[in-house]
Design a protein around this ligand. Sequence first.
Ligand SMILES: NC(=O)c1ccc[n+]([C@@H]2O[C@H](COP(=O)([O-])OP(=O)(O)OC[C@H]3O[C@@H](n4cnc5c(N)ncnc54)[C@H](O)[C@@H]3O)[C@@H](O)[C@H]2O)c1
Length: 342
Amino acid sequence: MKELAIDGASGRSTIMIGASIKQLAALPRAKKIVIITDRTIRRFHEESFPPWPILEIGTKEISKNLATVESLYNGFFAHELDRSSFVVAIGGGLVCDVAGFAASTFMRGLSFGFVPTTLLAQVDASIGGKNGVNFQGYKNLIGTFTQPEFVLCDFNVLKTVPEDEQKNGFAEVVKHAAIGNEGLFAYLESNWKRAIDLEPEAVERIVFDSISLKSSIVNKDELEKGERRKLNFGHTIGHALEKVTGVRHGEAISIGMIAAARLSMNRRLLSLRDVQRIESLLINFRLPIRASCSPDGVVDAVFKDKKRENKEIHFVLLDRIGSARVEPVSIEEIREVFVDLC
Ligand SMILES: NC(=O)c1ccc[n+]([C@@H]2O[C@H](COP(=O)([O-])OP(=O)(O)OC[C@H]3O[C@@H](n4cnc5c(N)ncnc54)[C@H](O)[C@@H]3O)[C@@H](O)[C@H]2O)c1
């Protein structure tokens, strides 16, 4: 087991990588503890849970809303939680985001911890203290920056994650490698098959390197004023694609990363060879590098996004594999690369 830490405004978050869910029982020091999870995770893993009361939420993104948060507040109330109580989320990014938000707002904030159960939740959603829910069709519009006291990553729980969900996690791992860790990128190029097969050594390497990168960025810029924006590589176009076409998150950001890489090449930052390396790696993870939709709808959606700033948008570009920068780009530049990808 390896440990990393994030020192945020709300306190230290200890991240335990390669731990066992069996260690969970000893972590919170509170008289009253509740678990928040969903029924799929219960079905596969409830026998490993400590004997604490369970509150269940829905399994689909549609339940990531304020009504679900209210149902959790009712559950906290029924279990008579007070400010000394502790909340543990066991689940994917959805469960962690909603549970973290409910805990960090109930009675002005209960302590909480996460046991992320998908690859995406381990390498991304559970790390960094962003909690929240969707509102009026906008993703994560309501939320807090509050760090979980601990994040316990048990690789064994990943074995039950369906293949399509697993791909979302690999897309985020490729993103982390592309923006900040050339060594991890090269490792993935040689070991993608071992990663897909969840071979323990490969999982440990990719989860540890991904969390190291994200936690070091969050330690420098918890509130996303600068450096943390680099984690949006592939996401500006990705979110628009997800909204307009309904493709899965990992697929959308895979195409978004290719668009951003090509835009970087058009600006003479990135070589064609590096664009091709990113394409090949994504293909190995069975992620798409082209979209099947009309470019106009997606380009419009990019500019309706909340990050719009006049006619330019702050966009994450690559200088090379392993190094990113944020620069304003115009609607024309985005349209130009996107037309080629449709
Ligand atoms: N807070 C952040 O910084 C951040 C970052 C990235 C994504 N997110 C959020 O994370 C969410 C997506 O998270 P996700 O990709 O983990 O998907 P998810 O949480 O929506 O889970 C997907 C499905 O997998 C099931 N599942 C989870 N763990 C499982 C397991 N071990 N075995 C079998 N099935 C399992 C769930 O029940 C669900 O049906 C989105 O809401 C997104 O906005 C947040």
